[in-house]
Design a protein around this ligand. Structure first.
Ligand SMILES: [Zn+2]
Length: 151
């Protein structure tokens, strides 16, 4: 009974233990769940909101954009390929172009009907940034999987 921690120390230790537990669960799930393969895990995910939320300003448009991004990176956005898995009456091809299966990669990188929007809002700025990084000589950053994570 002599070495009981103070109330402050007890609360601090309890909070640390809970955060460590949920951080480890979060890390394990991000590494094992295929739907989370596009989500970049950040340091200390319990105390630190994901970058998608950090970029949100306090308006409805930004919040809707963040919700859409989170659905895309967590694999919960309903693409045709996902719908087709649950119903055999639904064709997995993209409804916008009907050229191939609507996967996340197709939706973000290859759909011909979204190319103008993609080029205007994402690719010009993104490729400029990636080329600047690549010129630094550290890594080869221009490939589809990395592009999906960055977008
Ligand atoms: Zn398409």
């Amino acid at each position: 009974m002599e070495h009981l921690p103070s109330k402050y120390m007890w609360k601090k230790q309890l909070k640390t233990s809970i955060n460590e537990y949920w951080s480890s669960i979060w890390t394990i799930e991000c590494n094992t769940k295929s739907t989370l393969k596009h989500l970049s895990l950040q340091k200390d995910p319990v105390n630190n909101p994901h970058n998608i939320w950090k970029c949100v300003r306090n308006n409805q448009y930004d919040i809707k954009k963040a919700e859409l991004k989170l659905k895309l990176v967590t694999g919960t956005y309903m693409l045709q390929s996902t719908r087709a898995k649950f119903s055999k009456n639904i064709h997995p091809n993209c409804k916008l172009c009907n050229e191939s299966e609507e996967t996340l990669e197709h939706f973000l990188l290859h759909c011909s009907n979204l190319s103008d929007v993609r080029q205007r809002y994402i690719m010009d700025k993104l490729f400029k940034l990636l080329r600047e990084i690549e010129r630094g000589g550290t890594i080869n950053v221009i490939n589809n999987e990395l592009l999906l994570k960055i977008i």
